[in-house]
Write a protein that binds this ligand. Structure first.
Ligand code: ADP
Ligand code: MG
Length: 238
């Protein structure tokens, strides 16, 4: 587990300011949702925490240590993307084990960790299958399994459910919530879906054109929107 802190984090691409200065201290085990319309900078913010984008100015700290100059693999994080890109020729077991193999984790430990994750995600019956033999929801669980087996201190999610149909999305949302309750890992979760944000978040960051218009618990944001933009965005149908 870990804290994450962003101090006046900014991002510029060329001459375009994409992130204007975000400040937040995320507590150990907190589930933070970054929500806002397409193009507002959600992925860019998350990618700076992951180390996939450099920070133009400001600082990112994970568990008190400044990580601005650390490569993604040297940060204690695991990321789940929208396009979960499983290896098609590998079994579910091997997909989940791959990162650990690369890291040189002993075989018995890999087996044990994959087993535990498979139980947690109800994937035990599918460990020998290939990704094409799975449903969309099962594939998404494998992608989460890959992150879980690494036992990171921080989970980063970028719209992990947006490729799923509406019914499955609601079901997976509940599963992620339960998983969070059981694992309690500090998480940053990006979505453009305000209902998803309201359901999952301990606190949400409502982004508007590279600015955090409001940071607060869902009910607080809902009851007391800080700006007209927040009121319109949270109040509009998904
Ligand atoms: P979101 O995830 O909220 O949809 P993004 O973080 O992907 O938004 O993008 C925010 C803005 O930054 C967009 O205007 C996008 O075009 C721009 N942007 C993202 N990545 C790059 C890049 N590598 N180079 C230039 N502009 C980028
Ligand atoms: Mg995005």
């Amino acid at each position: 587990m870990a804290t994450v802190s962003l101090k006046d984090v900014k991002k510029t691409f060329g001459k375009t300011d994409v992130i204007h200065g975000i400040d937040i201290d995320i507590k150990d085990g907190e589930f933070i949702v970054i929500v806002g319309p397409s193009g507002c900078g959600k992925s860019t913010l998350l990618r700076m925490v992951a180390g996939l984008e450099t920070v133009t100015s400001g600082a990112v700290h994970i568990d008190g240590a400044r990580v601005n100059d650390l490569e993604p693999m040297d940060r204690d994080i695991a990321m789940v993307f929208q396009n979960y890109a499983l290896y098609p020729h590998m079994s579910v077991f091997d997909n989940m084990a791959y990162g650990l193999k690369i890291a040189g984790t002993p075989k018995s430990e890999i087996a044990q960790r994959v087993d535990t994750a498979a139980k947690l995600l109800q994937l035990e019956p599918y460990l020998t299958r290939r990704p094409r033999e799975l449903s969309g929801g099962q594939r998404q669980r494998v992608a989460m399994g890959r992150a879980i087996v690494r036992k990171p201190s921080v989970f980063l999610f970028d719209e992990p459910l947006s490729n799923l149909d509406a019914k499955l999305r609601v079901q997976m949302r509940l599963e992620i919530k339960q998983l969070q309750r059981r694992l309690g890992v500090t998480s940053l979760y990006v979505t453009h879906d305000q209902v998803e944000a309201m359901t999952l978040a301990d606190r949400m960051i409502v982004m508007n054109g590279g600015v955090a218009d409001q940071i607060g618990a869902p009910l607080e944001v809902y009851a007391n929107p800080a700006t007209e933009f927040v009121a319109g965005f949270i109040g509009s149908p998904p």
